[in-house]
Write a protein that binds this ligand. Structure first.
Ligand code: MOS
Length: 758
């Protein structure tokens, strides 16, 4: 494991400005800054808020997937003691914009009681507001909805298949390079297989929750969001108020995984309810209400066709995905995109089609596209390796992409080879028999080893930050970032302290509400890179201002130095040419008669770098499974991953993110699946008794190794991202290990005992 990353001076910042260096705080394996607050229950989550006069709202979920609501017993609900108001499409206050409009292509339509249509099970169809949670829940039952139901379209046979231009968030749905059919025809070995992945629901530990209050035309929201400042504009647009009239407080988020990035229908209803009754309203989803109106990972059916020459090199790679979406919106899980950038092939074709079913609109869920797509790709690669009689790792190395297969561009950095080596050595891969069913453990269980490659893009979005140095030499950094359990408050504060050239314990890091500078979105694995860049440049800007004062002041030991001749560290400015000549921040400010200096910074990708390089984090995951030969009971006994993701700001938290992703990979491979009732379209396992995720007993040994990687192109700090890549590669590694144990190819996820039993 990489314990410490060498500090480097980001060139862009050293140029003409005082030097600040990432390295004395960043790179340390600190524990979570908010850990004590959380384990002692003092961290305040949205549902912990209880403003004076607050009412409770419970929304009613549709129990059919398609049709109309024909009756709601509003009188009965309103007559119930404690019920204050009932909101239905008949009396829902107007919104300033149509919830079915798409102001931009990535916007998702939301359900906010626009009419009596039901478009999926779980859709909100009414809301009861009451003095107590119990009264609201009882009132919701008394509404006793009646429906005119139409047959639910829940599968490939009944849903409409449609062509699409985009898949996911604006990616072209089709990519073609070379002649795939010719490549397949020329191949010495060919593999064609179809893989399926089910609908999965995010199910963060904290359900969606909101406390909404109006103060005149100002909207105050306590709610978990992955984009506190960005979301104000989205909410404001529904109420015709300026974004600055919306205050979103989101200090802690109990997991988001993509489901807490955008406006949802239930959230809008809570805001409407608070306005309707003129009192604050709290609404918390029941667990079953997480299944429907807040997005999910859409089901996919993926066909892979691979051709390989006798030496194992790919001659063609064809990946098509049929992704389920709702009947009324068009987000498509971009599964085939996972094959764009992983392996070298002269001919490639990646294509998407949509399938309309009566389900809620899917959306981004941890590693959208890559999680589902890499599951299929890595299995197909394993099948191709078998067809070529090659070791799966040797087969991948034979198809190593030295440049980006999609664009031909050089990678900004790519230490995948080092990842293969590190993980394979740690796992003990050499000595693996080629054929399946060759290994047994002490108790006679079949043992199998499999592997997969991992990849995730490292995008940046846009963020702003403010940094202040105070008269006492302490610093404050402000940014509306999102702490959703990933450790943002810790890692970003490490960057912030380095940006200001102070020790971490001298820093007050302020985050978590939308009045602070816009920290962008915690998504796409780009939060640390984006918000971190904004924070670091803000700190450097404050230091620059301080240095300007010092170098112009005859009384300062720094007098006469140029700004770039000064370096900030340990709360002092030092002359670069003579580090013994230095002065504290406090002394500089005191002599200047200033109480503080403030700097500002932005984080965004350099467009020239984005145009010239392909930017991805990479990794390799190795899995060991055991399978009971009689009962086909499956255990993942070991997972070893190695990942290269540029500069690691906090090795402890990065490892936690990566192992968390790998554990989700176990859940994807073996547990997670939404089972819909084909008659009603209702999820039949909308709770943690029926919707399985890995627990400790499912996760015996998971190791993530950090492979050192220096990237001079992704951003000045060299930070990529670790939030999502862990799940990619892992699913395929487990499925491939199951084949190696049993000789049975499993192509439908989650893998079940009955599949292995044949
Ligand atoms: Mo994510 S699925 O980028 O929150």
């Amino acid at each position: 494991m990489t314990d410490m990353i060498e500090p480097v001076s980001p060139d862009t910042l050293a140029n003409g400005s005082a030097h600040v260096r990432l390295g004395s705080n960043a790179g340390q394996p600190l524990t979570r800054a908010d850990g004590r607050l959380k384990v002692t229950g003092r961290a305040t989550f949205a549902a912990d808020n209880r403003p004076d006069g607050m009412l409770y709202a419970v929304y009613v979920s549709a129990t059919i997937a398609r049709g109309r609501v024909t009756h709601l017993d509003v009188d009965a609900a309103k007559a119930h003691p404690g019920v204050v108001e009932v909101m239905t499409p008949a009396n829902r206050p107007p919104l300033a914009r149509d919830p079915d409009a798409k102001p931009h292509p990535f916007a998702l339509k939301v359900d906010a009681l626009q009419n009596d249509r039901v478009r999926y099970a779980g859709q909100p169809i009414a809301l009861v507001i009451a003095e107590t949670l119990e009264a609201a829940a009882e009132g919701a039952v008394l509404l006793a909805p009646a429906y005119a139901a139409e047959p639910a379209r829940m599968d490939e046979a009944t849903g409409e298949i449609f062509a699409t231009e985009i898949a996911g968030f604006g990616n072209p749905a089709l990519f073609e390079k070379g002649d795939v059919e010719a490549g397949l025809a020329a191949a010495a070995r060919r593999v064609e297989a179809r893989y399926t992945t089910p609908a999965q629901y995010h199910n963060a530990m904290e359900p969606h929750a909101i406390v909404a209050a109006w103060e005149g035309d100002r909207l105050i929201l306590d709610m978990p969001t992955q984009a506190p400042a960005l979301s104000t504009a989205e909410f404001a647009s529904f109420f015709g108020i300026p974004p600055q009239n919306v205050l979103v407080r989101s200090p802690f988020i109990g997991g988001g995984f993509g489901s807490k990035a955008f406006a949802t229908g239930p959230y809008l209803l809570a805001m409407l309810a608070a306005r309707m009754v003129g009192r604050p309203v709290k609404m918390v989803h029941r667990r079953d209400q997480q299944f429907g109106p807040v997005g999910h990972r859409g089901a996919t059916r993926q066909t892979l066709r691979l051709g390989a020459a006798a030496d194992g090199r790919l001659t063609a790679l064809d990946h098509t995905a049929l992704s389920t979406t709702s009947s009324f919106d068009d987000f498509l899980e971009p599964a085939a995109n996972a094959s764009h950038n992983m392996y070298a092939s002269p001919a490639m074709r990646m294509a998407h089609q949509g399938l309309r079913n009566d389900v809620g609109t899917p959306g981004a869920m941890r590693a959208p596209g890559e999680a589902t797509g890499s599951a299929a790709l890595e299995c197909a690669m394993d099948e191709a390796a078998e067809a070529c009689g090659m070791d799966p790792l040797a087969f991948r190395l034979a198809n190593y992409a030295e440049t980006d297969p999609q664009t031909g561009r050089p990678f900004s950095s790519k230490a995948l080879r080092e990842c293969y080596t590190a993980a394979a050595e740690r796992f003990g891969w050499s000595g693996r028999p080629l054929a399946p069913r060759q290994m047994r453990d002490d108790e006679g269980r079949l043992v199998g080893w499999g592997m997969g490659s991992a990849l995730f893009p490292c995008p940046m979005f846009e963020a702003e930050a403010r940094a202040t140095i105070h008269a006492d030499g302490t610093g404050t950094v402000e940014i509306s970032a999102s702490e959703m359990g990933q450790g943002a408050l810790t890692a970003l504060a490490q960057i912030a302290a380095d940006g200001l050239g102070i020790d971490g314990d001298r820093l007050d890091f302020r985050s978590g509400d939308s009045s602070l500078p816009n920290g962008g979105i915690a998504g796409g694995s780009g939060h640390t890179a984006t918000a971190g860049s904004a924070i670091f440049t803000a700190g450097a800007d404050a230091v620059r201002r301080l240095a300007e004062i010092a170098v112009a002041d005859e009384a300062s030991p720094l007098f006469g130095a140029s700004n770039s001749g000064v370096e900030a560290r340990g709360g002092r400015l030092h002359r670069v040419d003579d580090p013994s000549r230095s002065e504290t921040y406090a002394a500089i400010l005191s002599r200047a008669g200033l109480s503080s200096v403030t700097g500002e910074g932005k984080g965004a990708r350099d467009p020239a770098a984005a145009e010239s390089r392909a930017m991805f984090s990479h990794g390799a995951v190795f899995a060991e499974v055991t399978v009971d030969p009689d009962l086909a009971q499956i255990r993942v006994t070991r997972l070893v991953g190695a990942f290269a993701a540029g500069r690691i700001v906090n090795p402890r938290l990065a490892t936690s993110q990566l192992t968390g992703g790998m554990i989700w990979g176990i859940g994807f491979a073996l547990h997670e699946e939404t089972v819909y009732d084909p008659r009603t379209g209702r999820p039949m396992n909308a709770d943690f008794a029926g919707y399985h995720v890995p627990v400790n007993a499912d996760v015996p040994s998971v190791e993530a190794l950090l492979v050192e990687e220096t990237d001079r192109h992704v951003n000045a700090l060299g930070i990529k991202g670790v939030g999502e890549i862990g799940i990619t590669g892992t699913v395929g590694a487990i499925a491939n290990a199951l084949w190696h144990a049993t000789g049975v190819r499993v192509r439908d996820f989650p893998v079940k005992m009955e599949t292995l039993l044949g």
